[in-house]
Design a protein around this ligand. Structure first.
Ligand code: SF4
Length: 186
């Protein structure tokens, strides 16, 4: 898994100062993509050491956002694991988000993502469709979810079932979260 560049932003995740890492090799190919340079497998390998370097240099951020990674969910799961190691080893906390171009969370699961998506703080899904606009437009097809982890962090009536993950033994894990997209429209 390689990354092209990174930046600190105030807009990708509402109410967070976010370290956004742009992962390359995007397989989604939205026709109106604003970042076609991310379609190629280019950039620097995002090893554990490299991720630690970026996190250490930006540890004042409140959130890490992995932008992309849809071509290799096993690789993305490893990076989420490196982030968990970093929080434990450094004794620091940062939220974690993934920006996926898949149409919804079930589509991610159907393409090989697994229960680790439930461990994220935020998950954005949906390809970019110019006529519908990005997350800042009320017409958008894209969604930002706050994932529900150990404890319920919002109104239980607003909790959405986003996908089902089936284990090999047939057990089903229900992946749930709250729709936070409206926070972009305030
Ligand atoms: S998911 Fe993002 S990077 Fe990938 S094609 Fe769509 S807009 Fe471009």
């Amino acid at each position: 898994m390689k990354y092209y560049n990174y930046q600190v932003t105030f807009s990708e995740i509402p109410d967070e100062v976010t370290l956004c890492i742009n992962l390359s090799n995007c397989p989604i190919h939205c026709p109106d993509c604003h970042s076609k340079f991310l379609w190629e497998d280019v950039g620097t390998e995002l090893t554990k050491q490299e991720l630690y370097r970026l996190l250490d240099a930006n540890s004042a951020c409140t959130c890490l956002c992995l932008m992309g990674g849809d071509a290799d969910y096993d690789g993305l799961a490893k990076i989420v694991g490196y982030y968990c190691d970093w929080t434990t080893e450094r004794g620091k906390w940062m939220n974690i988000a993934v920006y996926s171009g898949r149409k919804d969370v079930q589509d991610m699961i159907d393409h090989g993502a697994s229960y680790w998506v439930q461990m994220l703080t935020y998950l954005k899904v949906g390809p970019y469709i110019k006529e519908l606009g990005g997350l800042d437009k009320e017409t958008t097809n894209q969604r930002l979810y706050r994932m529900s982890r150990m404890k319920l962090e919002g109104d239980p009536d607003q909790l959405l079932k986003l996908a089902e993950y089936k284990y090999k033994d047939g057990q089903i894990w229900s992946i749930q979260g709250f729709d936070y997209t409206y926070k972009f429209w305030r």
